[in-house]
Design a protein around this ligand. Structure first.
Ligand code: GSH
Length: 208
């Protein structure tokens, strides 16, 4: 049994959805953002970074979305969520996931988490204002350089599709119109119609 620590509206949605696609045996442990439970002494014992996701496995705790997604894919090979027998393709998939994690997610975080980097209110506001521009640049790169079609990595669906779906869902809140990126928009619409996505979205809505 796996336990995923998660919060509504967070990047942990990707790990939640991957567990669902993998048909994994899992339970959810919801943290309340409003009560900053992610920084409670109890949770910091699980993830000292004070962030979600954290996945409790029989071997220990995993954090960082790309690592969790690969773990879920590798431990549930029947779900075919990653090119497990092809080292180059697996690394290529992880390169995309790392881009989402270390560049796109960080660009988005400048909207509400500027105080991670600066204290000056004017600088925080300047960072917030820049988010539509940086998120547009990131998604333009995904649209023109990375997205192969019909899925992110080409013919085979992978956890990269789940992760991209999650972050694409943040665009409207970042004042970026997804319609500017036709391939990404079609991908988002297609996955939005998937019963597994709708089940996970309903679970998030029920606790939000
Ligand atoms: N690099 C980490 C980022 C994790 C992260 O920043 N999670 C956010 C939610 S999307 C969080 O827990 N924020 C809580 C906080 O900053 O207090 C990953 O991809 O898993």
């Amino acid at each position: 049994m796996l336990t995923l620590y998660t919060m509504p509206g967070s990047c942990a949605f990707a790990s939640h959805l991957a567990l669902e696609y993998a048909k994994a045996d899992y339970r959810l442990a919801w943290l309340d953002f409003r009560r900053t439970e992610q920084r409670s002494a109890e949770y910091l014992k699980i993830n000292p970074k004070g962030r979600v996701p954290a996945l409790v496995t029989p071997r220990g705790v995993l954090t960082e979305t790309p690592a969790i997604l690969q773990y879920i894919a590798q431990t549930h090979p029947a779900a075919k969520l990653a090119p497990l027998d092809d080292p180059f393709a697996l690394a290529d998939m992880n390169a995309f996931n790392s881009y989402l994690c270390s560049t796109v997610h960080v660009a988005h975080a400048h909207k509400t988490r500027g105080n991670r980097w600066v204290d000056d209110p004017a600088a925080i506001e300047a960072m917030r204002r820049k988010v539509p521009e940086t998120m547009t640049a990131c998604f333009q790169t995904i649209e023109t350089e990375f997205f192969r079609g019909p899925w992110v990595m080409g013919e085979a669906f992978s956890v990269s599709d789940i992760y991209l779906f999650t972050i694409t869902g943040w665009l409207a809140g970042d004042s970026v119109d997804v319609a500017r990126f036709p391939k990404v928009a079609a991908h988002h619409a297609q996955l939005s119609a998937d019963a597994r996505v709708q089940k996970v979205q309903a679970e998030v809505k029920a606790v939000a």
